[in-house]
Design a binder for this molecule. Structure first.
Ligand code: ADP
Ligand code: MG
Length: 317
């Protein structure tokens, strides 16, 4: 097959019939036209090969993650994603790579009824930028709404993706089932879109855990003008993570490691049962890990006693 040009790439891999009647003009004109009809939530995230993901991550995973990290941002606002644009910088027009990338992207897009409505395609170092636009929903979840006495929850389990990063160099055939599970978790994070929407009106604050629990809960505390106390014994750790790490290592991954894309959120103490019921209805496990306190910063406890924390968050620069 001859190397496809820019327009062939767009036509062959990214242009599909759009079933969303709110999309008046999709891919193919100078700009997309959509019927917004209300308050919008908009986010963009750039993934640079070698910086935000290992350069040898499979193209299917790159396609999934590029969209997943954006869906996760909307989930953390309680918003419902609708439309995406995709800016792709590619070192080469590799048809096998493009095919697998598009499969990863559209498999996830289809699950959440997200339409790709535009983008840009250029030659350069591998960089994938997705912009997502969605309906904001009533009572968007902000980082700034937590109050002392609120309970702190996280969805799913923490630390798997950070633990996976140390194992990419291991050839697939030599990975233990636990390592394979962690790598799968890093490669195909599940954005908590349904949970986020279900938390509107119930959670007082929310954030998605992209940089590590301490860093991200720290943002909630800072913007809410309060502190938090977390109980290390209650951190949700997967069986795979516990199988390959000591308790200390697993906690370090859970507290400091990024890339899990779980939601960390707070609610009034009296709404904790309502949160558990909403999460169960959304099909997403959640765990209460602590509470919001007066003051500043995050304290960790074990058995009700403070313990020292020495976990760095993810540093962007
Ligand atoms: P322009 O020169 O007006 O920027 P382009 O030639 O870049 O137009 O793009 C042509 C059409 O294809 C536009 O509708 C644009 O949004 C869309 N497009 C370009 N690249 C992508 C991509 N990677 N994914 C989805 N749509 C894309
Ligand atoms: Mg363009």
């Amino acid at each position: 097959m001859p190397t496809p040009g820019e327009f062939e790439i767009i036509a062959r891999y990214f242009t599909r019939p759009c079933e969303d009647t709110r999309v008046r003009v999709g891919i193919g004109d100078d700009a997309a036209i959509v019927d917004a009809a209300g308050v919008l939530a908009i986010a963009v995230d750039m993934l640079v090969a070698g910086t935000h993901f290992p350069a040898d991550l499979t193209p299917k995973s790159v396609g999934h993650r590029a969209l997943a990290v954006n869906l996760s941002d909307l989930a953390a606002m309680g918003a419902s994603p609708r439309w995406a644009t995709l800016a792709l910088s590619l070192p080469a027009a590799d048809t096998g790579w493009l095919e697998a990338f598009a499969t990863g992207f559209f498999d996830l897009a289809d699950r959440f009824d997200v339409s790709l409505i535009g983008g840009d395609t250029t030659r350069g170092p591998l960089t994938v930028t997705v912009q997502i636009i969605g309906d904001a929903g009533s009572g968007p979840l902000l980082r700034s709404g937590a109050m002392p006495g609120d309970r702190v929850f996280v969805s799913g389990s923490l630390g798997d993706s950070a633990a996976a990063l140390g194992h990419f160099a291991t050839p697939a055939s030599e990975r233990t089932p636990e390592v394979a599970t962690l790598i799968e978790r890093f490669s195909f994070p599940e954005p908590r879109v349904t949970l986020g929407a279900a938390l509107c009106g119930l959670a007082t604050a929310a954030i998605d855990v992209s940089d590590g629990l301490l860093a991200d809960l720290g943002h909630v505390c800072e913007q809410s003008g309060c502190g938090a106390v977390i109980d290390l014994d209650s951190l949700p750790l997967s069986a795979a993570l516990q199988a390959i790490s000591s308790r200390d290592e697993a906690e370090t991954f859970a507290l400091g490691g990024g890339d899990d894309y779980e939601l960390c959120f707070t609610c009034r103490a009296g709404d904790a049962d309502g949160v558990r019921a909403a999460a169960a209805a959304a099909g997403t496990p959640v765990t209460e890990i602590g509470f919001v306190s007066e003051g500043k910063g995050i304290r960790a406890q074990r058995g009700g006693r403070d313990v020292a924390l020495e976990v760095p968050g993810f540093v962007h620069f």
